[in-house]
Design a protein around this ligand. Sequence first.
Ligand code: ZN
Length: 327
Amino acid sequence: MQYYAGIDIGGTKVYAVVIDEAGCVLGRAKTKIGQENAFEQVVQKIMHTYRGACRDAGIREEDIPAVGLAFPSPIDRVRRIIKHAPNLGWIDLKFSARLKEAFGKPFFVGNDVNMGTFAEYHLGAAKGHISVYGIFVGTGVGGGYILEGKIVRGLAYTAGEIGHTIIKMNGPRCNCGQRGCLEAIAAKSGMIKYIKKQVEKRGKSTLLEKIAPNWRKSLGSSALRKAFQRHDKLVSQALKRSAEAIGVAVGNIISTVGVDAIVLGGGVIEELNAFFLPAIEKSMRKHSFAGAASDVALLEPRLGDDAVALGSAWFVRLPEKQDMLFY
Ligand SMILES: [Zn+2]
């Protein structure tokens, strides 16, 4: 029996799993990142978490032939560079030599949302579908596109970045510098900006002042849910706007690439799924061409916190992906 490890490196934590050949998770471990996010420090935490997951699974490191890693950045495989991970403050970071030294075995490096969607495609909600798009809405909006089992990356490794497609020309400014991106309207960062503007410029009020007094700086999805359930008008408007924009983006995806399933996840959608799924579906139908949306499945993710790490482990487990590994 062989085992595989997958490691999800996020802006705030490293999360690792060890799986068997069938994709069952045998062990898990998690380490916080905090402010110490220089690459060398993160590599130490990656190794610590990886070893923790091996111990949790009762597996020796020698029994793991390959490791998959996922970073919150587009990955340039040819130059072996983590292109831009804003949450970790990394730009054009060469990863290859240090990770090779650390693991001493073949490894793969991918984008986190791609690997999460890959997991849902092979082992989770979208199993059995052919062409699948994953959209994950939290602080930002991430996306991944899997076509017939393959991750579509594109020339600049930005395929699937649905968060930065323009939904509204000359719309609100996005963190990426463009205007009117899906993320600038639909993500939590976009909702905060919208609510702030309504409060500060239009003199409107929101229950968030009581529910989450620090909402201008950091807003949890559960605070959004509480305000929504208490019929906060501004929060309801922000959520409606978000769902409508996601529906437009989904309609555009369906019209341009014709996927047969969309996985809709991330903290914001999962916390308020009873509101979001029907609202997105309504908007998607309105904004897609020639009834193309009618047979497309909208799916909720099934793999939870494991998804990204599990997808990374499953990737290195598949025989057809072996030529994608770094040695
Ligand atoms: Zn953007």
